[in-house]
Design a protein around this ligand. Sequence first.
Ligand code: FHN
Length: 428
Amino acid sequence: ASPPASGPGTNHAIDDPLTSERTRAWREDRFGMFIHFGVYSHLEGEYTRPDGTVCRDAEWIKRQCRIPQAEYERFAAEFNPAEFDAEAIARTAKEAGQRYIVITSKHHDGYALWPTKVNRWNLRDHSSFDKNRDILAELKAATERHGIKLGFYYSIWDWNDPDAVHPSTFGRYKERMYAQLKELVDNYQPSVFWFDGEWSTDRPSNPWLTQDGEALEAYVRTLDPKIVVNNRVGKRRLVDGDTGTPEQTIPAEPVSGQLWESCMTLNGSWGYAKWDNRWKSPADLTRNLISIAGRGGNYLLNVGPDARGRIPAESVDRLRAMGSWLVRNRQADAVHGAGTPGIVAEPDWGSVSRKGDTLYASVYRWPGAGGSLTLKALSGFDVRSARVLGSTQRVAVSRSGDTVTLTPSGAPTNDIATVIAIGVAPPA
Ligand code: FHN
């Protein structure tokens, strides 16, 4: 297929991501698992310098701690994630309610997690790992078994390939990168490409932000037009690629006309860092997911497996807590396949999402006895019913002007978020 006609400001000859069949499942998934894993995981966040001082970082450790190339290559040669268990990872994601996984096929250090034929800087050719194993193939098989989609993070910025920074050799780097992307599509049929590092400042005039980013997006579409591509392929238009990628934040007012996905760490690091104990609470994480769904976005929550390839227990525990909230009382209905309510504003006591004729009001702060909750209506609608999921208690509904008042008659069903399902109908 020839690349579609393009120019600055042109939205390639592709259909609108907001309504396209290509993004349909992604728009309903709402929750995915990000995995940062690579040579840096072998260091587990700590590098001891020759003078005995310790430098701490995570997936940026090579650069931030100025590890000499030869030494980083020695660490890679030792890397042996023998306990990487794709089945356990896919099961953890499934039980958490995550519907897709995006793993770092190559992070900024340029190391490929699959046996690329493009160079030897990869887990098969430069490690102590079993030469017969291919963890991306294992993950592909495991995700398929569990009905989860698999996508790849791929860093455009490459610290390992000197050709990437010099204009005279850049074309050679680009050829290798294109060849790697084709390998990934041919070998593993990913559902998502999650690019990163297009913002690199290594070159004063960064070609990825303009014509090369545009060509890259078009190239991926020729490899497989079904792949969902994130926006970090350039800054040519408001919406490059299919999806916006706010990082470590949940936009209060998402950019309109753009699909989006907040990516976030469970502690403070993407790659495994044994010193990082800044774990977020299960309540905050679950409420983040609920609020994101109510604002029409997805939540891509990161795990960083350790040197042996194991997801830390603290991460698994948090994901389990989120999954058990979702299955309890079918509260997942407030998240999976749900989106912005449109007809009511976001309340300060929680979040509201909508699926069809049902509004799901997830209450983070339940009112005291006899108290009530108010919703501000943005358009006319009738309330047909209101009930607390997992409870038989009555919820009285009254209306005055654009204020809808909900008065529950009993206690909340849990500490994280109690969901009131409100049946609505447009006025006749
Ligand atoms: O530099 C990376 C970082 O290591 C991590 O991969 C995050 C994930 O979104 N992206 C970059 C920073 O924007």
